[in-house]
Design a protein around this ligand. Structure first.
Ligand code: GYE
Length: 328
């Protein structure tokens, strides 16, 4: 049964609403003009690199409309400098709240400080920043990527239990420096450490794109004769790898097993077809929660410091069952 994933609200730490005057300046700086209650949100999106991202963007735009939020949306084309520019322009426009999905983890302190000084609350969605000063943002809504990597690795440990000898894994990493790339690697490595036969023999970034995954996989196939498993940090790179594997005359899912993360429709279709062997879900439908959190922070209410999305995993059989009702 397909269950619309729900979000577990975890109050990891109590958010101290001491900074930014509690963000309770509602109505004084609305970009849509003085006096009305409409919330204006500036959202700096990563880009349009994957099926996941497309679904995420749609969810945010639809939820904003449903909540009556005036959304200013920008696409950074996977470049941090574009996101910083977008955030600065939202500060200049005096939006009520800024939300963004940081393309990489590092290098945000200056611009976040600018938002804080302008008294504009910031919400992180999907990806984390590594800023030591957590008062620079109000909350972080998104998945636990380490957990996702662990689920991928645990499946492989179990799947390989019956086979003898070394298992050569190649890894297609997400965007270098991005939270999901760092954490999905870390979680996977921790899980496969349980079986000394499992080794990552090659690991490179495919930038979360299908073409990136294909290109890197082509190089892997040329350089490494015995590849048993591909671990791709997202479906799109896994789908690119499938193209490269087929072009090399091998059978994806059989000659080379494939594990991915996301569970978007194209990935789930390949899983149901047996070309991918296992997918760890990462839910992109964050829009509704984001609008709820935005309304709260703009009203100066307390919100949990961390909101974690609850997710599952899929085998080919499970993919067949849920495919027809998959929303994205
Ligand atoms: O897994 C990938 C996308 O940040 C969780 O970004 C997101 C990742 C997602 O490009 O497909």
């Amino acid at each position: 049964m397909f269950r619309k994933s729900f979000v577990a609200v975890i109050a990891a730490t109590t958010l101290a609403l001491t900074a930014c005057g509690g963000g309770s300046d509602t109505g004084t700086s609305g970009g849509s003009g003085g006096g009305d209650d409409t919330i204006t949100m500036g959202f700096a999106q990563v880009g349009a690199e994957s099926g996941w991202r497309t679904a995420n963007t749609k969810s945010i735009q639809e939820a904003a409309e449903a909540a009556g939020v005036d959304l200013k949306f920008s696409d950074a084309q996977q470049k941090q400098e574009n996101q910083i520019k977008a955030i600065r322009s939202y500060i200049q426009q005096q939006v009520d709240v800024i939300a963004f999905s940081p393309v990489v983890e590092s290098g945000w302190d200056t611009v976040l400080k600018e938002a804080k000084d302008a008294n504009i609350p910031v919400i992180l969605t999907d990806r984390a920043v590594d800023s030591a000063d957590t008062s620079l943002y109000k909350t972080f809504l998104g998945s636990d990527f380490i957990e996702e990597g662990k689920k991928a690795g645990e499946w492989l440990v179990e799947d390989s239990a019956s086979t003898e000898g070394p298992v050569n894994i190649v890894e297609l990493q997400g965007t270098t420096g991005a939270a999901p790339a760092i954490d999905r690697k870390e979680g996977f490595e921790a899980a496969i450490a349980a079986d000394p036969d499992l080794t990552i023999v090659e690991s490179q970034t495919g930038d979360f794109t299908r073409s990136g995954g294909k290109q890197v996989m082509e190089a892997f196939l040329k350089n490494t004769p015995d590849i048993d498993v591909v671990y791709a940090h997202n479906d799109d790179m896994g789908l690119g790898a499938i193209e490269a594997i087929e072009a090399a005359g091998k059978v994806p899912g059989k000659d080379i097993k494939i594990i991915t993360v996301d569970a978007v429709k194209d990935g789930m279709t390949a899983l149901a077809d047996g070309k991918i062997n296992f997918i760890v879900e990462c839910n992109p439908l964050l829009g509704e929660q984001l609008m709820d959190l935005a309304a709260k922070v703009v009203a100066g209410e307390e919100v949990p410091a961390r909101v974690v999305t609850e997710e599952t995993t899929f085998t080919p059989e499970q993919a067949k069952e849920v495919l027809a009702s998959r929303e994205y």
